[in-house]
Design a protein around this ligand. Structure first.
Ligand code: ZN
Length: 148
């Protein structure tokens, strides 16, 4: 039953992708990213506030349903949060996908629907692609580095 619910969430996010659009403007960071193990591709758009919060985030891309659902969920999770919180979310996500550990401190929201991907080793990079793209896009921000 829970599996069924989770599957529906993933299908919904992959079909009705949240924040699936380009962002324009002078202060928008753009990053292309691909997952060679599956052929998933995406471009991440990111706008930070002066106080290093994620003011807006979006993506465009094509790929398997796991990668697109994960990207959709990620944009919802990190929009409006500080880079410090974004690191915590990414670390919790990686622990869940790579190690099967579900964090009790960090609320992963709909991303919990991807928990079962842990058992599918070949799909780990699909579920983490968007988070790795985010990591790449903000990795040079000191607020982000310091919180590691
Ligand atoms: Zn994939």
């Amino acid at each position: 039953m829970l599996d069924q619910l989770y599957r529906q969430l993933v299908v919904d996010h992959s079909k009705n992708r949240r924040n699936h659009k380009k962002l324009n403007g002078e202060f928008v960071k753009q990053l292309h990213y691909k997952n060679p193990t599956c052929g998933d591709v995406m471009t991440l758009f990111l706008k930070l506030t002066e106080t290093k919060e994620i003011e807006d985030i979006s993506f465009i891309g094509e790929g398997c349903s796991i990668s697109m659902a994960s990207a959709s969920i990620m944009t919802e999770l990190v929009k409006g949060v500080s880079l410090k919180e974004a690191v915590k979310l990414r670390q919790a996500m990686e622990a869940m996908i790579r190690n099967g550990e579900v964090s009790e401190e960090v609320d992963l929201g709909d991303a919990i629907a991807l928990e079962g991907v842990h058992k599918l080793r070949a799909r780990h990079n699909c579920a983490l692609m968007a988070w790795q793209a985010l990591d790449r896009a903000v990795g040079d921000e000191s607020e982000y580095e310091n919180s590691n």
